[in-house]
Design a protein around this ligand. Structure first.
Ligand code: ATP
Ligand code: MG
Length: 508
């Protein structure tokens, strides 16, 4: 059980607890054999999977791998949430390979570019995945590949041995493969624990609607849950609907959830509250003060916002159990990660600057796969530069916007996050994306693309006045356009570059 004074992954002095030899599969299978590892809700009835069963599934696949891969070989995992998905990653790590999570919603080109870039030997998948792959690469069915014959030893790996190659969301450009060592799980543990008000309390059961092919599903939920002995729910909602979500929570006894902000916005727009939760963590996009307030009313918990990126995750977080959150801000630096806002010269600054993480963070990537220039460009001296702009407010990190999204208007630098957050508090607004639109006079003007709630009404003027009264005279949206939906990544993030392209087109 997680005691508040002991943050998992860290020693008492907040240094990383990384042994000389470390294998994530061993870390994830360290609980008693009879303990509950996974609650499988993907079939017609609930099925409980113990650590012993998960270890046996892992061994079967690991034995298959032993004769087929060399240490460091990449093996794809094209499986959605299921015990087999977990076992596939664990087996690859156990055998000393590098797992490459692939998303079931990818079409052929998206799969081809990632599998090709990673140079996978083959892909662990199911019949559906084999169809998707076609002749792209060899598909190995997980059910059936496993062979009996007793336990397989854990490959002798270190914290720095490559273990997982995971692609970024591709929100700003083409997805990049972040290569992580076996220390990446340890690097996530402190942030995961505190973003759930000390995960590992009696009765905790963890779930996320985010797919396990992404860092948020795989390393914010599945693997930390296994490592901390907190049962993880494997479920697939064909479509995320508020009713299906509420039903699953009740049936599986979910108490702790990682909700991407977009899922929370959908619940809010549908007027759906949830009961029985002990903790809700959210990150990946700005949460905003309005959603924090809504969470207290309708989820009965204070949502803990966290921050990180595929390259270095879980580096800032709130923890309502330990300190009051600051509405509109993310939270504080997570112990173990040295987080800073730095200027162009690489020095920490009190002003707005680049959010950066000092080398030494256990969740920091080893490198971008096959992209030495991009790896070099990611660092400024000892700092990994996230590409996000931020500012400290009384020890809390405020997210201003992605560097490319910050709007320059009439000499002011305006972060879209604050304007979006403000508009979200308007009762008619379901969701909103704010971007800079090229403007001859002001360089850019603030443009808001708004999706209204079903049946709700609001005029451009009304929304402009709403922001003007609450933020600053210069940051109100000079233009407001109404859309039926915003362009979203498959992970549910607003693709501002598409809104920007649209705005630029309107200018011409
Ligand atoms: P790509 O790098 O391919 O463009 P991406 O940056 O969206 O895609 P991820 O690594 O999944 O890929 O997302 C990390 C980014 O998400 C962060 O750099 C930041 O911009 C944003 N983000 C994460 N957490 C938060 C948060 N709490 N508030 C605001 N933004 C966040
Ligand atoms: Mg990124």
């Amino acid at each position: 059980m997680h005691d508040k004074r002991n943050i998992p992954g860290l020693r008492a002095d907040s240094s990383w607890d990384l042994p000389e030899h470390l294998n994530m599969a061993a870390q994830c299978l360290a609980q008693p054999a009879e303990a509950l590892a996974l609650i499988d809700m993907t079939g017609p009835a609930r099925r409980d999977i113990s650590y012993g069963e998960l270890a046996a599934m892992t061994d079967g696949l690991a034995r298959y791998l032993l004769t087929r891969i060399q240490p460091g070989d990449r093996v794809g995992v094209l499986l959605s949430q299921s015990p087999w998905c977990a076992a596939a990653h664990l087996a690859i790590w156990k055998a000393g390979g590098i797992s490459v999570p692939l998303f079931k919603l990818f079409k052929r080109d998206a799969l081809a570019s990632r599998a090709g870039d990673a140079g996978v030997r083959f892909v662990f998948t199911d019949a559906e995945g084999a169809d998707l792959l076609g002749d792209l690469t060899e598909a190995v069915m997980v059910e059936g590949a496993g062979t009996d014959g007793g336990p397989v030893p854990f490959a002798d790996t270190t914290p720095e041995t490559p273990a997982v190659l995971i692609y970024t969301s591709g929100t700003t450009g083409s997805p990049k493969g972040a290569l992580h060592g076996h220390r990446v799980l340890t690097g996530h543990l402190p942030g995961v624990a505190i973003s759930h008000d000390h995960l590992g309390q009696p009765g905790d059961v963890l779930w996320t609607p985010a797919d396990w092919a992404w860092i948020g599903g795989l390393f914010d939920v599945l693997m930390p849950g296994l490592a901390l002995g907190v049962p993880v729910v494997a479920a697939r909602l064909d479509k995320f609907t508020p009713e299906a979500c509420a039903e699953l929570i009740a049936e599986a006894g979910v108490r702790n959830i990682f909700f991407p902000p977009t899922a929370l916005r959908m619940l809010k727009a549908a007027g759906q509250g949830l009961d029985g939760l002990r903790s809700v963590a959210s990150g990946g996009e700005p949460l905003g003060a309005e959603m924090l307030a809504w969470g207290r009313r309708r989820l009965g918990v204070t949502i803990n916002e966290f921050y990180g990126q595929t390259e270095c995750n879980m580096v800032a977080s709130s923890c309502a159990a330990d300190f009051e959150p600051r509405p509109g801000c993310i939270g504080k630096a997570v112990p173990g990660h040295e987080l800073a806002v730095i200027d162009a010269a690489g020095n920490p600054t009190e002003d707005e600057g680049d959010v950066a993480i000092r080398r030494g963070s256990a969740s920091m990537l080893l490198e971008y796969w096959n992209r030495p220039e991009e790896t070099a460009a990611k660092f400024r001296g000892d700092w990994l530069v996230t590409g996000d702009r931020g500012i400290w407010e009384g020890g809390y990190l405020r997210f201003v916007g992605r560097e490319d999204d910050v709007i320059t208007s009439g000499g002011y630098r305006i972060g879209p996050a604050e304007i979006e957050d403000c508009l979200m508090t308007h009762p008619a607004v379901a969701t909103v994306g704010v971007v800079g639109k090229p403007d001859a006079l002001r360089t850019e003007i603030v443009k808001a693309y708004v999706v209204l709630k079903p049946g709700a009404e609001a005029s451009e003027q009304e929304l402009q006045d709403y922001v003007k009264e609450r933020l600053a005279h210069y940051s109100y949206p000079r233009e407001v356009a109404f859309l039926d939906a915003l362009p979203m990544t498959v992970t549910g993030k607003v693709i501002r570059k598409e809104l920007k392209a649209r705005a630029a087109e309107e200018t011409q």
